[in-house]
Design a protein around this ligand. Structure first.
Ligand code: UD1
Length: 419
């Protein structure tokens, strides 16, 4: 059995660079299916979810070539099928982007319902509503989503809930549709803007991404081009929260500071020193911290994908804090693991009440990707040794994590034990 072993309790110093954004990459790579030509995509993170989506593109008939560790070229000129490989698609959430991309390009798609982290019901009804509004017939049978259309035509689609996935998927289906599509109550996350910028760089006409109304004018064809993915807002936040929890002085590089505003202001409210530069942020902690109250919201609110890491930090901070999860209905499953490390947390529905405590090492399990990141933070801040089982969840979203964390002083290694 594989585990991450962390010996905690020391402060961190040095610099750590952030990789390309996972949630942008897993949308932009399928978006390359819409392009009749070669897309060169740079700053691609080397993580499991990206390798999985690339495997799926290859099975659909795209050719994908690695130019170097973080640059790929995708050529989708000769797609051979609209049926995504079931076994791979059901392993990750972002496989739903194959639906939008295949409907857009081939006017038909068959993709199994997505898998991914389990933190409550994760419906795709808004994706379906968008595809139907564009003229596609959509049905779900035996866990497979079938969609097909004679022709796709632009329409106005109001999203009843702000949804990252539905916003991106409708953009993908609409860029080659006839006429104008308007997405109202669209999500505004940085990677939505990144996907729109990628599509425009390939010849699409998408306006308003980053606001709550996105307007897409369909084009006949998208040509090839070159694009570099933005830095990962969630990885950046994870490293900032790690440095805040251990203390010391860490420069997080390759960051877009404005994407971090919500976290930065919370850390400052707690008493952590945060200094912003053009493309990096320094985290310094040398005094007492105060508890705070956090509520997760769609961007520009506090990201749900940093909620577990924030709870890990707050469990070490004297006084009382509260964290309200407003996006997912069951995203506190990992808290039992923090309790095993000595944390004092009470969950009441969607709210966690946290009283600061001294954490100690323990044997714990990553229950999902960001929960795993939270346990790394807790383990690095705790006294003694923490062993995290199921690190494969962490590998889905963080590239080469032990080597990069060791470079700022985290005592972390991957161990292999006989089952
Ligand atoms: C994406 C991210 C995920 C993050 C989430 C919220 C990717 C691959 N994953 O997930 O890491 O936690 O955004 O920032 O980018 N909803 C519906 N119907 C739908 C779709 C969503 O009701 O058809 C609801 C969900 O139940 C949830 C809320 O909308 O309560 C937000 O979900 P959404 O933004 O769609 O999340 P994902 O795109 O799945």
């Amino acid at each position: 059995m594989e585990k991450l072993k962390i010996t905690g309790g020391n402060q961190l110093f040095g610099e750590i660079a952030v990789c390309g954004a996972k949630n942008a990459a897993v949308a932009i790579i399928p978006a390359a299916l819409l392009v009749d030509g070669v897309c060169r995509i740079e700053n691609v993170p080397d993580i499991k979810d990206v390798r999985l989506i690339i495997d799926m593109l290859v099975q659909l008939g795209a050719s994908v070539t690695y130019v170097n560790d973080t640059t790929i070229e995708v050529n989708s000129s000769n797609l051979k099928t609209h049926i995504a490989p079931c076994d791979l698609a059901s392993r990750m959430r972002a496989s739903y982007y194959l639906l939008g991309a295949l409907i857009g390009r081939m006017k038909k798609a068959e993709v199994s319902l997505p898998g991914g982290c389990n933190f409550g019901t994760r419906p795709i009804d808004l994706h379906e509503k968008g595809f139907r509004a564009l003229g596609a017939k959509v049905s779900i049978e035996d866990g497979i989503v079938f969609a097909d259309a004679q022709e796709l035509a632009g329409n106005t689609i109001y999203l009843d809930t702000v949804s990252v996935g539905a916003t991106i998927n409708i953009m993908l289906a609409a860029v080659l549709a006839k006429g104008r599509t308007v997405i109202e109550n669209a999500a505004k996350e940085p990677h939505i803007v990144d996907v729109a910028n990628f599509l425009n760089a390939m010849g699409a006409n998408v306006r308003g991404a980053g606001t709550d109304v996105i307007r897409i004018t369909g084009v006949e064809q998208m040509r090839g081009g070159s694009y570099s993915i933005i830095p990962d807002q969630i990885e950046a936040g994870t490293f900032m929260l790690l440095a805040a929890a251990t203390g010391g002085n860490v420069l997080v590089r390759n960051i877009i500071p404005i994407h971090m505003n919500c976290l930065t202001s919370k850390l400052e409210e707690m008493g952590i020193g945060v200094t912003e530069y053009d493309d990096s942020i320094r985290i310094e902690r040398d005094g007492e911290l105060h508890g705070v109250s956090v509520k997760t919201m769609p961007y520009p609110g506090f990201p749900t994908d940093l909620q577990p890491q924030m709870v890990a930090l707050l469990s070490t901070v004297d006084g009382n804090s509260s964290v309200q999860e407003n996006v997912w209905d069951n995203r506190f499953q990992y808290i039992d693991q923090l309790l095993a490390m000595g944390a004092d947390i009470k969950v009441e529905g969607r709210r966690a009440k946290i009283t600061g405590a001294k954490l100690h090492g323990a044997e714990v399990t990553a229950t999902d990707l960001r929960a795993g990141a939270a346990l790394i933070i807790a383990g690095a801040a705790a006294d003694g040794v923490t062993e995290i089982a199921s690190p494969h969840y962490i590998d889905r979203g963080y590239s080469d994590i032990e080597r990069r964390l060791r470079s700022i002083g985290v005592k972390i290694e991957r161990i292999f034990e006989a089952d």
